[in-house]
Design a protein around this ligand. Structure first.
Ligand SMILES: NC(=O)c1ccc[n+]([C@@H]2O[C@H](COP(=O)([O-])OP(=O)(O)OC[C@H]3O[C@@H](n4cnc5c(N)ncnc54)[C@H](O)[C@@H]3O)[C@@H](O)[C@H]2O)c1
Ligand SMILES: [Zn+2]
Ligand SMILES: [Zn+2]
Length: 391
């Protein structure tokens, strides 16, 4: 089959590889009808997260049709079922799954020792996302082997196009998770750093969950316009002071809730030199992450407020003003999204036409165009916000 394969930094190729087969009784194989490129894939593209190996297949936003089922997966799946595959692989039975912390499943990371060595405790298995989370082949491919498939799937109805359903795999529940972590109350201002696909979903989720005001921060005009179309007030961080404007919009008190939808690859902000410092340290391998957005969040958040982090960080961050966070009594909440926790609610909103996440798609292309699409997404060529690939 054809698949997008990681060969090293900024080197992803569309290769011919062996078709996946059933390896365990809980496996299923799906024929992929649509898959997407995520901001998290860019961190791998830039080789910022250790533990990718040449030959690894990329991708964790995938949907398609079941073509083969293992004996135990057959309990809940059959050939021909139409499914979206969550990026988190989960068993459904362990203590973390019972608590609905699905991205922390205790049974699905088949490279547990590596996870334990780096994180202290292993987290769950993820598709196409380094050997720290199991080294599972991803779904930017013609076929995908789904381990623990009897639980790791979302059955979706016919009659709704792939484009409206595909993002149940990741960016939609991630944006929703980011807003849920804020425990939004009447009167809240929610500020969202980053207006990429995840930020866009977080902005709409915060509004649906009752935020009085949502403020969207980025530097890219098309992304800010998309946020404004949802009803957000926007801040262009290259032209305005983020902290000054956020204080202005909240009577000098700061937003109660702050969402990080940027993660490790933060860009330089208006009048702030710290990102240049981070970039230099990251290049010298003295720091893993560039936490500029996080620093701004800590500084501007209202005392007693919440920082909700879904942007991905990879390791050590430097010069994080922990003293400010502590003295202001801020609550931190963060996670790789616990995707299935939100599936019933989000699928219902899509089925009832109250939510159509396809608004974010700017590019649809064949799988062989994948390598070029990584470049387009990374460089924001042609106003690229979200790429969907059709194997
Ligand atoms: N926690 C999860 O489960 C989960 C799931 C999916 C993605 N993610 C992570 O979410 C983040 C965003 O993903 P995406 O697909 O939207 O990626 P993206 O790269 O398209 O979006 C990031 C956006 O942040 C903006 N940005 C950069 N520096 C900024 C700053 N200082 N202030 C404000 N905005 C800034 C960029 O211009 C860009 O629009 C990534 O770190 C990704 O790894 C996490
Ligand atoms: Zn993702
Ligand atoms: Zn589990």
């Amino acid at each position: 089959m054809k698949a997008l394969v990681w060969h090293g930094k900024e080197d992803i190729r569309c290769d011919t590889v062996s078709d996946p087969t059933i390896e365990e009784p809980r496996d299923a194989i799906i024929k992929v009808t649509s898959c997407a490129i995520c901001g998290s894939d860019l961190h791998l593209f830039h080789n910022l997260i250790p533990a990718m190996l040449p030959g690894d297949i990329m991708g964790h936003e995938t949907m398609g049709e079941v073509v083969e089922v293992g004996s135990e997966a057959a309990r809940t799946l059959k050939k021909g079922d139409r499914v979206v595959i969550p990026f988190t692989i989960y068993c459904g039975e362990c203590e973390q799954c019972r608590r609905q912390n699905f991205s922390l499943c205790q049974r699905t990371n088949r490279k547990k020792e590596l996870g334990e060595k780096v994180f202290g405790h292993a987290t769950g298995g993820l598709f196409g996302y380094t050997h720290l989370t199991g080294g599972y082949p991803g779904g930017q491919a013609e076929y995908l082997r789904v381990p623990f498939a009897d639980t790791t799937h979302i059955k979706v109805p016919e009659g709704i196009p792939d484009e409206k359903l595909l993002f149940l795999s990741d960016i939609l529940p991630t944006g929703w998770h980011a807003a849920q972590q804020c425990d939004i109350e009447a009167g809240d201002t929610v500020a969202v750093w980053g207006c990429g696909p995840v930020g866009q979903m977080a902005i709409r989720s915060a509004l649906l969950l009752g935020a009085e005001q949502v403020v969207a921060i980025d530097r890219l005009g098309d992304r800010l316009s998309m946020a404004a179309a949802a009803g957000a007030v926007t801040i262009d961080f290259e032209r305005e002071s983020v902290i000054g404007r956020l204080d202005e919009l909240t009577d000098g008190q700061g937003p109660q809730k702050c969402i990080d939808a940027v993660g490790t690859e933060s860009h330089v902000s208006f009048g702030q030199p710290d990102t240049l410092y981070d970039r230099a340290k990251q290049m010298m391998l003295m720091e893993n992450d560039r936490p500029h957005a996080l620093r701004e969040m800590i500084y501007v958040c209202r005392p007693g407020g919440t920082l909700s982090v879904v942007g991905v960080y990879t390791g050590l961050v430097d010069k994080l003003p922990l003293g400010i966070a502590m003295n202001k009594g801020l609550t931190w909440r963060m996670a790789q999204a616990h995707v299935p926790r939100w599936t019933p609610e989000l699928l219902r909103l899509i089925e009832e036409d109250q939510l159509d996440p396809s608004f974010v798609i700017t590019h649809i292309a064949d799988l062989d165009q994948g390598p070029a699409m990584y470049m387009a997404f990374r460089d924001k060529q042609d106003s690229c916000i979200k790429v969907v690939l059709k194997p």
